[in-house]
Unconditional design. Structure first.
Length: 80
């Protein structure tokens, strides 16, 4: 990817994008697409052949503090 963003809430509704998951602050975490060899890379369950990483990005304190989701929750599809 070219930049880190909170992609799960930036351009879509996190709950609608990840049915079967409980929305939480993970929706507001920043991530980017990376090479599969990048430490912390995970296969993207929505786009086969692409890998993403939370570890490659610094967290955005403003995005997390203004996140609509206040609980940790989890999403096994998103490895959170």
């Amino acid at each position: 990817g070219t930049r880190c963003e909170a992609w799960d809430t930036l351009r879509r509704d996190c709950a609608a994008a990840w049915p079967g998951c409980t929305p939480g602050w993970w929706c507001c975490r920043t991530w980017c697409y990376v090479d599969s060899a990048c430490p912390g890379s995970r296969p993207d369950p929505l786009v086969p052949g692409l890998y993403y990483s939370y570890d490659a990005c610094s967290e955005d304190p403003t995005a997390l503090s203004t996140c609509n989701f206040k609980s940790e929750a989890n999403c096994t599809s998103r490895d959170t």
